[in-house]
Design a protein around this ligand. Structure first.
Ligand SMILES: Nc1nc2c(ncn2[C@@H]2O[C@H](COP(=O)(O)OP(=O)(O)OP(=O)(O)O)[C@@H](O)[C@H]2O)c(=O)[nH]1
Ligand SMILES: [Mg+2]
Length: 393
């Protein structure tokens, strides 16, 4: 087994030259060793924070006057054939994006079940290998196999093939979101979107804002990524497409000050949902923690009655790297859910199971493309069905 892990992780690091900023626990440790991270600085009043920032009048997109938006046409369509067609398209893109994982898991299972005639240690070893190669995560794999062993014993299962459905059901059962998972969709809420650079935060915010707006909610978006050049413009374009309001300051201004402005705007317009974009390129854990802490204080003071949601965005094509990012972010922020993007790419779909099962953070949305309607609520049953769709389909 040890040789297998070595092989597996060597392969990962070779074919996974992630373009994303390295954001590892090790680096986080380095940052921590410089001290002061846990040393909360003097409380800063919102006013002080604002005056530190280059205050400019909040900019609001002029979208309310806009008459013709392509999405509007779509939103005006009655729920029906188009909706069904788009759902079907969504599922097939998901199935397509999961090809690599399906090749690993489905083919692996097929071979395994036809090769073995008895459920013995060799069978379990091979099953373990297939699941780990499919990115289900070491701990999750072990847990599922332990459950399988108990069930085989209890129910006197003799044929390997009979284990297939157990495995599918066991994976599904690990991914059911809690009852409160989508409370922010119906209550007055503030949603913070975090994650390393390039994972798809801004794009997902655009898609989500459009989705919520179509559902009849009044949405305000805060451009609190003031760090990256062009970030505000990119978000502005999305808010125009989604037909929602944007609150922004100049590039380089204080992110917490933008959030402060956005909260005032959300209150005065009686918005239902305030979504805050944040910077991915914050260099290290210390900067990120400081920025999130500042935003946290502002929200706590200025918008105490809003329901809080913090979604971490992860890129599904990065596999184990995404799991590692989730681990690091979990130490920094109170993450309430995950948006998993790029499941239409060469996604490592098994990672969803590992994240849910090992970190106990529910995946709430998945992205399967770059267009405005390419974001959907995560449906564990549909996902696992897609994961186990035979390759020829
Ligand atoms: N194929 C595909 N591409 C996506 C998806 N989500 C986002 N992208 C693409 O990923 C790239 C990065 O997306 P952004 O939304 O800018 O990512 P970000 O996390 O905001 O990046 P920073 O602002 O640099 O931190 C863009 O080219 C998006 O079009 C998805 O679900 N599928
Ligand atoms: Mg962005």
């Amino acid at each position: 087994m040890f040789e297998f892990f070595k092989k597996k992780f060597k392969k990962e690091s070779e074919d996974e030259q992630s373009q994303q900023e390295a954001f590892t626990s090790e680096q986080a440790q380095d940052d921590l060793s410089y001290g002061n991270v846990t040393d909360t600085s003097e409380p800063i009043s919102a006013q002080e924070e604002i005056s530190e920032a280059q205050m400019v009048e909040p900019e609001f997109s002029q979208t309310e006057e806009k008459k013709e938006e392509p999405e509007k046409k779509e939103a005006a369509d009655p729920e029906g054939s188009q909706e069904a067609a788009s759902k079907k398209g969504f599922f097939s893109r998901l199935v397509q994006g999961l090809t690599k994982t399906r090749a690993q898991i489905v083919t692996g299972f097929d071979t395994l079940f036809s090769k073995f005639h008895a459920i013995d240690d060799d069978f379990y070893d091979e099953l373990e290998e297939i699941m780990i190669m499919g990115d289900l995560g070491v701990r999750t794999t072990e847990e599922i196999i332990e459950d399988l062993k108990a069930s085989v014993k209890q129910e006197h299962i003799k044929k390997p093939e009979e284990c297939r459905q157990f495995l599918i059901d066991s994976i599904k059962a690990r991914m059911q979101p809690g009852e409160d998972a989508y409370r922010f969709e119906t209550e007055k809420s503030i949603l913070l979107v975090i994650g390393v650079n390039g994972v798809g935060k801004t794009t997902s915010i655009g898609k989500l804002a459009a989705k919520m707006k179509r559902g009849g909610r009044k949405v305000v978006v805060a451009a609190a990524d003031t760090f990256r050049a062009g970030a505000i413009e990119q978000l502005r374009e999305w808010t125009v497409r989604a037909d929602v309001q944007l609150v922004a300051q100049q590039e380089g201004s204080d992110a917490a000050a933008v959030v402060f402005d956005a909260i005032q705007a959300a209150k005065s317009r009686d918005a239902d949902l305030l979504i805050c974009d944040t910077a991915g390129r914050l260099h290290n854990k210390k900067n990120l923690m400081e920025e999130l802490r500042k935003i946290d204080r502002i929200v706590g003071r200025e918008y105490p009655d809003a329901y809080r949601e913090t979604l971490l965005v992860l890129d599904a094509t990065t596999g184990q790297n995404a799991l590692e990012q989730a681990r690091v972010f979990k130490e920094i922020a109170d993450i309430t859910g995950i948006i998993l993007t790029k499941l239409d790419g060469t996604a490592k779909g098994g990672i969803v199971v590992a994240i849910e099962s090992e970190l106990k953070i529910p995946v709430k949305y998945i992205g399967v493309g770059e267009s405005i309607d390419d974001l959907q609520r995560f449906d564990p049953d549909a996902f696992v069905n897609a994961l186990f769709t035979p390759l020829e389909e």
